[in-house]
Design a protein around this ligand. Structure first.
Ligand code: ADP
Ligand code: ZN
Ligand code: ZN
Length: 816
């Protein structure tokens, strides 16, 4: 009987594919190993073995695999289970999960290589110049890669010349799989053993009196050896002895020094260790309650107000888990914004902590992956953003989901559109691990689950050190405008408070939801405002570059001198963003430094860190920023937080808008007064009697929850109904419209009233693609699996309709 494997391919196709293998390979291969297979005409892919079996495929002839890439599985069986769950639950393919889960270095794709055609004799005279160059290069080396060909002929587009050479039978091309991961090799140096003996060494030094530089290198090597037990890097020696690599090279060539190479990890943390803080009595109580809850339930919510010391409780739980030899995953909404937290954890756990970061290089990620899989001590605790759930844990004991309410835990695009918090709970289940969800402002869903008893609930309503919660006041700017008590966008109340804080040498945070200078530019004569040519939005004015920019697609043009429509030069700006606030305030406070933190000022690898540390060091007095400011930052000296305009948050057309506004304002407010003195928060609004603002001002999470949960029930939203959003996208408006109408009609046939739409969203065109949506609501008690089967079926019939070809359908389960 022949043998087969079913493999997962990293492409968005629904099925696993079957390939043929021989008996030896069948004995060798295990699920989770990679093989190279051909798929389609000539493309070679990395595929992952899901199953080894003896059932030939029914409808096609199985191809043979190309070769085996691993000696042991790189994916654990738990991972394969998690992938299946994600694919099933979030309605995507396992291949899409695979693509998201594996560091790209594991997803070797084929690369084209060019070889000499040995079958023909070439008449060199028929070759054009560039063709000849390639031909000649192949006389010296056995193969060329595309990149090398580009270098040889000094141009980018080399496909035409390659094609001509193929036609003239000079070359053949082949697809080759290559490894991207390159281990890091460090060069070390030591004295050759011939000179270990005292006399040999002495006579060596005697011979060197006329080579003082070389002698100096040797002397420095001895000093280094005396001061450290660690091996000595060539780099270090060069620096210490102030010499050049040429001198060291000479010593090596003379056989006096010996160089050697060691493969090392890129990710190393060598830092001071701090002792873990002892918890106060409220924290201790919470800690005990969490542990009690874990004895009955898998998941526990820690609802603790900002600065209540949740992080220190996490630290204790982590310590306890690693004491038992198990692994810990610490999930964060965004790594870049949490450098403060990471250094805090590094100080406690030192090299036991691995940071898994999408900004890390491919190589660093492979190392982290291997360390986790091999249960290395240095990867006992992994801290990362959502993609860290894909790491190959072996014995996971605890997952902490910090700031669990954050919407960035949900991936929007591309598939898999998973929610990392919810997936983490499934992941924990595979290991019987516990999950702690932490937040000062839990999501409505999580709080509901806790209230229902599905999760444990532990509350910590007191700030650490008994610092009072900030005093929050609402400023009615409608009245302030009427009474002419506004300077630009600042009420007198806010300005006075800013002055007071500055006098005390304290710092201030100002929150404005929008970046840029001014979101709308308008012609005073005809009312025209410049639009993005690719999206249905107005362009935003950025004064720093004097540009108009689209925040959806990045399109930008120089600021207009005159109206595009009527050529009037009377152009004004409306609304305001962070940049304008920064400018206004800097003019009002010429003796102080105003800084800004938003997407525009934090580009680059260390963008955030720079601004955060400048603020921490007191180089900035007032920091103006977007929601980035709400993310768990712990500043010591901030006494005042100002929210410039609460209304544009509240008026967002989304069923979560009120919940989100509450969370955001509470989180931003939580940056004030974290140490001794009670902080102060001022919220400017046209609408001070808005229920949410009232609730924010008295820290009434419970009241907010009660209102929201009632609304959710009444209007059929989560947690009472699950929602699946389906979007059709295409560049042709009519095509999208017809396609979505067809799809919606079929869905309404089955799901009746529980289908909302179809409708065009407020911004219906982004990057030249029209969007139209439909929302399916799934009541409790309706089978999720069956519902998804129906959607799959309708989607498949849809795909078979010719006139809709090219329309992209995006399914988003638990759309956020
Ligand atoms: P949260 O995560 O709830 O916002 P943090 O854990 O950041 O709160 O704690 C707020 C501040 O109080 C931090 O500066 C932290 O170092 C300090 N803190 C919290 N718990 C303790 C403790 N048990 N001993 C000493 N300092 C603590
Ligand atoms: Zn005009
Ligand atoms: Zn655009």
């Amino acid at each position: 009987m022949p043998y087969f494997i079913d493999v997962i391919l990293p492409i968005p196709l629904d099925k696993e594919f079957t390939y043929g293998i021989n008996k030896n390979e069948a004995a060798y291969l295990q699920p989770g190993m990679r093989v190279a297979v051909q798929f389609g005409k000539s493309k070679v892919y990395t595929a992952l073995v899901a199953k080894v079996h003896q059932n030939p495929p029914l409808v096609y002839e199985a191809k043979e695999i190309e070769h085996i890439l691993d000696e042991t599985p790189i994916i654990t069986s738990e991972q394969l289970k998690l992938w299946s769950w994600i694919a099933q639950y979030y309605m995507c393919t396992k291949g899409e999960v695979m693509r998201a889960a594996l560091p790209s270095a594991f997803l070797l794709e084929s690369e084209t290589i060019i070889l000499k055609n040995d079958q023909t004799v070439i008449d060199e005279s028929i070759l054009k110049d560039d063709e000849f160059l390639i031909y000649e290069a192949l006389q010296h080396q056995s193969l060329l890669r595309i990149q090398e060909v580009m270098n040889i002929v000094s141009k980018k587009n080399v496909l035409p010349v390659i094609k001509r050479l193929i036609d003239k039978e000079v070359i053949v091309v082949q697809e080759e799989i290559y490894e991207q991961y390159k281990p890091k090799i460090v060069r070390y140096i030591k004295l050759h053993q011939d000179f270990y003996k005292e006399e040999a060494l002495r006579s060596l030094l005697d011979t060197m009196t006329r080579a003082p530089k070389q002698r100096e290198v040797l002397m420095q090597l001895f000093t280094l050896q005396a001061t450290t037990v660690k091996p000595i890097k060539v780099e270090e020696l060069t620096k210490q002895s102030n010499s050049s690599s040429a001198v060291i090279r000479t010593l090596i060539d003379k056989g006096i020094l010996l160089e050697y190479f060691v493969q090392t990890d890129r990710i190393n943390f060598e830092g001071e260790k701090n002792a873990i803080k002892e918890l106060n009595k409220y924290q201790n109580k919470a800690f005990d309650e969490i542990n009690d809850s874990f004895s009955e339930k898998e998941v526990c919510l820690l609802h603790g107000v900002t600065s209540s010391g949740k992080t220190e409780i996490y630290v204790q739980l982590i310590e306890k888990t690693i004491q038992n030899g198990r692994q810990v995953l610490y999930l964060l909404p965004e790594i870049a914004l949490t450098t403060q937290l990471i250094s805090r954890l590094q100080e406690y756990f030192g090299e036991k902590l691995t940071v898994y970061h999408s900004k890390y290089s491919v190589n660093e990620r492979v190392e982290a992956w291997n360390n986790v899989k091999n249960r290395k001590a240095k990867a006992q605790i992994v801290i990362g953003a959502r993609s860290a759930i894909f790491l190959p844990f072996v014995d996971l004991g605890l997952i902490i989901v910090d700031e669990e309410h954050e919407s960035t835990f949900k991936q929007y695009d591309p598939a898999p559109r998973y929610h990392a918090r919810d997936t983490a709970i499934v992941l924990a289940g595979l290991f019987s691990a516990k999950v702690l969800l932490g937040s000062a402002t839990p999501s409505i869903e999580t709080y509901y689950n806790a209230k229902q008893g599905k999760y444990g609930l532990v509350e910590l309503m007191r700030r650490f050190g008994d610092v009072l919660m900030p005093e929050i006041n609402l400023v009615d700017i409608k009245t302030k405008y009427k009474k002419k008590q506004m300077t630009g966008h600042f009420s007198d109340t806010l300005l006075e408070s800013i002055q007071d804080s500055l006098k005390e040498g304290e710092q201030i945070i100002l929150f404005q939801n929008r970046r840029g200078y001014s979101p709308v530019v308008e012609c005073n004569t005809c009312g025209h405002s410049p639009q993005c040519p690719n999206c249905d939005v107005s362009l935003t004015y950025h004064s720093f570059r004097n540009q108009l920019r689209c925040h959806y697609c990045g399109h930008h043009i120089a600021m207009l001198q005159q109206c595009m429509a009527c050529h009037s030069t009377e152009i004004s700006t409306k609304g305001f963003g962070t940049e304008q606030i920064e400018n206004e305030l800097q003019k009002l406070l010429p003796d102080h430094i105003v800084g800004r933190m938003d997407q525009d000022t934090t580009r680059g690898k260390h963008g955030y860190e720079k601004i955060i540390s400048r603020f921490e060091n007191g180089e900035i007095d007032v920091l103006v920023g977007t929601q980035m400011l709400s993310k768990g930052l712990d500043f010591r000296n901030v006494s005042l937080v100002g929210i410039m305009n609460a209304d544009n948050l509240l008026n967002f057309p989304d069923f979560r808008a009120h919940e989100r506004s509450f969370q955001l304002m509470q989180q931003v407010s939580g940056r004030a007064g974290r140490t001794k003195k009670q902080g102060k928060v001022l919220i400017q609004t046209y609408n001070p009697f808005h229920q949410i603002l009232q609730q924010v001002s008295v820290n009434d999470y419970g009241g907010m929850y009660k209102d929201q949960i009632e609304e959710r029930q009444q209007y059929k939203y989560p947690p009472f109904y699950r929602i699946i959003k389906i979007t059709a996208k295409h560049k042709d408006y009519n095509k999208v419209n017809d396609a979505m109408n067809w799809l919606a009609k079929s869905l309404i046939n089955v799901f009746k009233d529980n289908v909302l739409g179809p409708e065009f969203p407020p911004i219906s065109r982004i990057r030249n693609q029209y969007h139209k949506n439909v929302l399916i609501k799934i009541p409790q008690g309706q089978s999720l699996i069956k519902t998804k089967e129906v959607i799959h079926k309708i989607n498949n019939s849809f795909k078979s309709i010719k006139e809709f070809s090219g329309v992209r359908i995006i399914i988003n389960v638990d759309n956020y």
